[in-house]
Design a protein around this ligand. Structure first.
Ligand code: SF4
Ligand code: SF4
Length: 68
């Protein structure tokens, strides 16, 4: 069974309301597979390299990270 991967649900992401522009979910990803190109932008997941730990999903206050 393959591990689930992090996916951003862009209908739920509210990056304009997250901290000081830094996505808290990105900050939790120690594998650097959730990327935010610039402050206040929505992040994206490098799914091929995501290990499926789920830390980003827990950190997102808007439940905008789906593990599947
Ligand atoms: S923490 Fe969630 S809502 Fe905030 S920018 Fe990251 S993915 Fe979007
Ligand atoms: S599930 Fe883990 S490895 Fe994958 S993007 Fe989220 S924090 Fe990073």
């Amino acid at each position: 069974m393959p591990k689930p991967k992090a996916m951003v649900d862009y209908s739920k992401c509210r990056s304009e309301r997250c901290d000081t522009g830094t996505c808290p979910a990105v900050a939790e990803c120690s594998h650097k597979t959730l990327i935010q190109d610039a402050p206040w932008e929505m992040p994206y997941s490098l799914q091929d390299f995501c290990i499926g730990c789920g830390k980003c999903a827990i950190a997102c206050p808007f439940k905008a990270i789906i593990m599947k």
